[in-house]
Design a protein around this ligand. Sequence first.
Ligand code: CMC
Length: 435
Amino acid sequence: MSNNHKTDKTFTLINDETGDRIKLPVLEGSEGPAVIDVRKLYSQTGHFTFDPSFTSTGSCKSRITFIDGEKGILMHRGYQISDLAEKSTFTEVCHLLLYGDLPTRAEKEKFEHDITYHTMVNEQINFFYRGFRRDAHPMSIMCGVVGALSAFYHDSLDINDPRQREISAHRLIAKVATLAAMTYKYSIGQPFMYPRNDLSFAENFLYMCFAVPAEPYKVNPILARAMDKIFILHADHEQNASTSTVRLAGSSQANPFACVAAGIACLWGPSHGGANQAVLEMLDQIETVDRIPEFIERAKDKDDPFRLMGFGHRVYKNFDPRANVLKTACDEVLEDLGIDDPRLELAMELERIALEDTYFIERKLFPNVDFYSGIILKAMGFPTSMFTVLFAVARTVGWISQWKEMIEEPSLRIGRPRQLYVGPKSRPYVDLDDR
Ligand code: CMC
């Protein structure tokens, strides 16, 4: 197979009206379904394809992440997510996503140094926080402060310089965690805790969130490992809505800090990263096990907008491989903390009933990663409003790796979808007095 992934297969498209035929090339990647190359479709036929929500559209070539939704497979650079979650650390996975390989011992040491070197944020950024209301949603603060990084790091904004791209990637991975912790501290009125570079990424994050200057703080290793796993499991997920947002923003050559802020805005929605917050809110709403059937019926009712949050996935149609890993981590954390959260019992019963119900079975609606992550994060002491922020901390490496891959693609052009226009046809302008 050549470098452009062309095969000798084609699809023939026949115009039923004129009988005109065109052959469309078929491209094959290393895994997954082949794609029909429609790039010349408009010039050859005068037609666009119509695919709102992009359910049949491959928007780019990528070497980073592969998902097989039917088989429940998620791989980063060829490594299974379950292996990475069990055997790797988040910083190793960051290296893998960004550079294509797991680091050697020496590379790991250097990379960890490079990331921790950038954990502090410019002191001026502290003042930004004071402009926000204390009860602001943490994601609203994150959208603002991450975008604002572009106002501070002028020396890494030239997207055509590979070294500047690399520094901005390191800065984003490191600083988004610090900003997330500051957002939490601000919301509860506690002083910001400066990062500690002697700790691992996950340990440092827990420290910045839960330590206070008044007393020593010892990071619980079980919580640190669970945090690290949550970060690994959310690090990248192929061309999902927020990643596509980052790529589209980046295709205009916007700077990476602005692009990641756009990704954060997209992630905020309850159909995407906001789902883990929505799971907890739903469990609170259900309240008791005996009310589950009522909510299951509501989820099935087409006239009721209620959906079972944490169930279903656009791509995974059998199981979400991240959910399996997290379910185990969830048990470990709850056992270690000795937490007997009634919501857990509620969640398990909801899971059991939904998995036996034909509506959910027929539509292949299984618990997704957000179903379990919310429960662990709550047990760790994070308020629900912080859940999506933690997702953003983890996903920043995915966004920036995908952005970097796109910028390094020689054939990069600005992304520009087309449309099926269904508005009024051209009509004469009507003067104000005649309307
Ligand atoms: N509860 C009840 N019914 C559902 C649900 C649900 N959670 N999800 C899908 N359905 C039904 C839907 O009504 C439709 O039924 P019908 O065929 O009778 O019209 C069918 O299942 C297919 O749904 P869809 O809307 O076409 O599925 P989608 O692929 O567009 O949506 C989804 C995927 C994740 C947005 C959706 O399943 C959902 O809203 N789930 C709840 C929110 C959630 O947990 N989101 C987190 C996703 S995982 C995190 C991430 O990777 O970002």
